[in-house]
Design a binder for this molecule. Structure first.
Ligand SMILES: N[C@@H](CC(=O)c1ccccc1NC=O)C(=O)O
Ligand SMILES: [Zn+2]
Ligand SMILES: [Zn+2]
Length: 207
């Protein structure tokens, strides 16, 4: 069974949210320095690279990453190809395509580099109600945030949370064919965390 890694590599100088903690991995013990082991210290934000937002990210009363039920993070997913589109609207999803699948991943980037933080597609906040009605409980996007960089209102985040839909951001879906897969994308069990990087993987499946 083929496994497809749809996670951004966590690497030095990778783009992060403006003003957020830069990613770093620094050796704290090195075999080459006479230590018996290699050990590193990692510094990053909970919103670095491919990550899940807990409702607490935008809502003081929202659930934190450690309390979200694990079934959000594993199960059937559909990849919908919207390459080149700069807004995702309710018309982009249909129950014929969803077929009862609870996780929907939107592919929009036209190249391997993906979207930069300075220009990425938008999610119409009305999408949340449509997805909720279809029984969807997780939305994944291949760009940094479901709301624009300048947004303080964070409408899409709030509407999706209100609809009980968990948000997976920063996927790398380049080269992935639209269709049905099994997704796994578990966050770290960060006590009271507002989000977490994940390792997101698709498994091809027969339907
Ligand atoms: N909403 C973005 C992250 C975000 O807004 C953010 C991340 C790190 C530091 C500051 C942020 N927003 C500040 O207004 C996200 O969902 O990943
Ligand atoms: Zn985030
Ligand atoms: Zn977000």
């Amino acid at each position: 069974m083929k496994l497809i890694d749809i996670t951004q590599p966590l690497r030095k100088n990778m783009e992060v949210w403006p003003g957020d903690t830069p990613f770093s991995l620094r050796p704290s013990m090195q075999i080459s320095d006479g230590s018996s082991v290699n050990v590193a210290e990692v510094t990053m934000s909970t919103h670095t690279g491919t990550h899940i937002d807990a409702p607490f990210h935008v809502n003081q009363e929202g659930e934190t990453i450690d309390t979200l039920p694990l079934d959000y993070f594993t199960g059937e997913a559909v990849v919908i190809d919207l390459t080149g589109k700069n807004i995702i609207t309710p018309e982009d999803v249909s129950s014929a395509v969803l077929k009862g699948v609870k996780k929907v991943l939107f592919k929009t980037a036209a190249n391997e580099t993906g979207h930069s933080y300075s220009a990425f597609p938008q999610v119409a906040s009305e999408l949340a109600v449509k997805l909720k009605e279809a029984g969807v409980h997780l939305i994944g996007v291949d760009f940094p945030s479901v709301d624009p960089l300048e947004s303080k209102e964070l409408r899409a985040h709030h509407e999706l949370n209100k609809a009980g839909i968990v948000i997976l951001e920063g996927l790398n879906l380049f080269g992935v064919k639209p269709g049905y897969y099994e997704l796994t994308a578990f966050p770290l069990r960060l006590s009271h965390g507002d989000g977490s990087p994940v390792r997101a993987v698709l498994k091809e499946m027969k339907r």
